[in-house]
Design a protein around this ligand. Sequence first.
Ligand code: NDP
Ligand code: OXD
Length: 314
Amino acid sequence: MTLLVAITGWDPAPWLDRFRRLLPDRPVVAVDEPFDPDTIRYAASWKHRPGTLSGLPRLEAIFSLGAGVDHLVGDAGLPDVPVLRVVDQDLTERMSEYVVMHCLMHLRRGWLYDERQRQGLWRDERDQPAARDVRVGIMGLGVLGQDAARKLAVMGFDVAGWSRSPRSLDGIATFAGDEGLRSFLARTDILVVLLPLTPATRGLLNAALFGGLARDGRLGGPVLINAGRGGLQVEADILQALEDGSLKAATLDVFETEPLPAASPLWSHPAVRITPHNAAMSDPDAVAAAVVSQIRRHEAGEPFRHAVDLRTGY
Ligand code: NDP
Ligand code: OXD
């Protein structure tokens, strides 16, 4: 009846603490503590070391502690049990805060005015487009993409979204699949990426894709905001696109290698804003409660929610 917590890269202590408080009637163990494999019924993982979830004969489910599951799908020894991902209002709202904030910073030239303040310069730009003049395109119209799309629309942006299968959202233009990609990119001034990392999406953010973005927008060139996964982007192509004008600026929360190596030219590029993969952090209070509610549902005989399709990888 035990919950096994297998985390690397984050401090496991707050997670163990929350799970123990929420499940006072059963043992909760960290993967590096001694435990009897026969007793483990559930596992909660964030980037667990590959192989550490195998050899658990009574395992019934694996919970990802983040919305993304690429860290799980990459484990060749993953047991054949349902894999459940986080869908949580707290995490969703954090991501939309990040996306709306960065779209507005690019729209309102936030960093230019920071710089001018540091220089003691009282100078404004007379050509200030309104949000309605700017076309935002969101790649990934899932839980996070849909919430961000609605909030950007409330701010007045002209929003569209792109997904694998056709989606319909009030007031949002939608495009799907390879056949919809070209038209979607051609009407996009700010490209917001909220895709999962899968074999189909790896390396998608490359020179060819940047070359398809709108060149006639009010921001003076296309802007990239990637808060999905670093493996979606080809970083050399982002740098080249910033040089040749296929991109005007980029906000990057995720990178091919994390932490971003000190030698990466992205750190010091004047048109690049970097955040340390914290666009939407998993809050232990909110996410542990979501996991425990799934366990309670399952034990009451109801089906799990938010199962990952391991064939598509998300
Ligand atoms: P969802 O599974 O709800 O949505 C994924 C979306 O991507 C869906 O619209 C899906 O299409 C689309 N998609 C997947 N594959 C393709 C493809 N090949 N072509 C076109 N569209 C595709 O995921 P979430 O919205 O919950 O999360 C998205 C990602 O955000 C996570 O996987 C994770 O990588 C990232 N993330 C980053 C965080 C951060 O702090 N930086 C925090 C949390 C998440 P369809 O609708 O047809 O299924
Ligand atoms: C997630 C993340 O997938 O934090 O939730 O990246």
